[in-house]
Write a new protein. Sequence first.
Lengths: 582, 81
Amino acid sequence: MILKSFSGLKKNLKKDFAALKKIKLAVLADSASQLYVQALKGYGYEIGYNFDIYEADYDQIDRQIFDKTSTLYQSDPEYIVIHSSTQKLLSRFYKLSSQQKKSFCKEYISYVHELITAANASTKAKIIVFNFPEINDSVFGNFSNKTDSSFLYQLRKINVELMELAQENSGVFTNDISSLQNTFGNSFIIDQKIYINTDTVFSLDFLPYVAKNTTDIVASIAGKFKKCLILDLDNTTWGGIIGDDGIENIQIGSLGIGKAFTELQCWAKQLKERGIILAVCSKNEESIAKEPFEKHPDMVLRLTDIAVFVANWENKVNNIRHIQSVLNIGFDSMVFLDDNPFERNMVRSEIPELEVPELPEDPAEYLSYLRTLNLFETASFTEEDNQRTQQYQEEAKRISFQKSYTNEDDFLKSLDMISEVSPFNKFNMPRVAQLSQRSNQFNLRTVRYTEDTVQQLISSNEHFTFSFTLKDTFGDYGLISVVILQKRKAGELFIDTWLMSCRVLKRGMENFVLNQLVKCAKENGVEKLIGEYIPTSKNGMVKDHYKDLGFTEKNGQWELNVPGYKEKTVYIYPKLIAAQSI
Amino acid sequence: METQQIIEQLNPIFIDVLDNESIQLTESTSAADIEEWDSLTNVQIIVAVEKHFKIRFTTAEIQKLNNVGDLCSLIKTKQGA
């Protein structure tokens, strides 16, 4: 996406926001914020947000935050954006004695702590804090680096401490203006004339970038972020054309301008380790395209890094659609890199939601350009994120395998599925609780269990508990389904909980589970299974679950006659861990 | 460049920044005549004018401007310099 100019964003303000997703923001600043607010609102329109912005009066940060009854809190924002300017910081700093200057950062950070504590006491809003672009006041020159009473020394320390503060407070995010200053330079980010005349600390040309950066944070928290990077190969991932030049002549590593491509690959690899899925989409013979990934000593990316590898002579639009269907994520969460303007335009016009950066002509500039786009903003990071590629690789293999079968049963048979059936125990307890917390769609009654309540069920005489794992020839899904049966009157079991991970839909898993439930019922002389569906906004997919399985409706609940049950055909082999009886 | 020519070039800039199609500048037009022309849009006009004519104004020069005629004279001086 090309970023619009300030006046372009301003023109958006007159457009119709009614159909866009409304997000309530509050902007607090110690400098004039009108132009920033205009840019923010206008940029929101660009990506489909209707920012409903409460703008505090000039220099009202403290008053609005510390006063519990302030108009800020009355506006009930989802996000509070706090912009303190370096200029104000500097003037505050200059009023201090030399001794006070040395503890300026410490004092300032404890003030920000107080702001956050006060805000958290009155609102659940996420807080976005601007960090500080640097002003080198040139009072000490380079010596400021050796002098803790210099402004630059204290300022840089504040920026570091703001990061620590954000790390400690999950609801606090940093709007990294310092990094934008690093990219664009001081003469671009501030227009002294506008600053002197209006106390606006950003130039008109820079405001769209500040608005975008703020919006990137909001969007990622609101769930709009990129999950996948699709790479073209020739002249994008390496220099040259593998089909013509051969593996020994493609430019990677020290050959030609190989360094540019090596660095791009290193970046992609880091993204992959952060949890971004990598895919390849190239017009090539598959075997030739894969060769460098397998054999070239200077390749950073290997086949194990690529979740979906598509190389053929079909058009890229279809291939990207294929990648999307394998990964089952939205086009708007994918980025496509290709050096060829024709391919880019074709893909863009066919799949407008896809992000297709307009790569510079010179590959030497690819990476520095891509870095400026901030494509991969995220609002969370866990260590497990880096396993995502493997899971998607397994899924990709399943799907391409499925294509070779016209008959669904044959496909299911070929998967060699095995499910381990076990009552709850101390080993599976955490995962059972997690699945109970997270499952929203395939969940019949949406009763949530914590580890403590799962523990109680383990020793209960009134319940049968079931956990199911699933693995097949391609991989292991782990524990994916949970059922809790509750003993009611004699001969009757009530299905208190039945939930399943959506990753294993269409495997016949629900039939398999029912077979196991009936088996348990029979062994314990139970004649009736009673099911219930409690609708929520998310579990529509299991509305007809009991009907489809052959239960009959009775007084708003569903009954299954156990003795008359005919075992359903499934292609999942049970591995039973201990039978249960009450 | 003659004053009239400068006004002809200024007119679309004002329309664009102030988002008001009905603007027809004359030498005597001032901020009092156009509702959208305030201190914040004024700096936007100045930045756009600087870009268009490839000139730079000083802060003091900007503060002395009273109407479009003043702006035209200033542009002329800068271009002549």
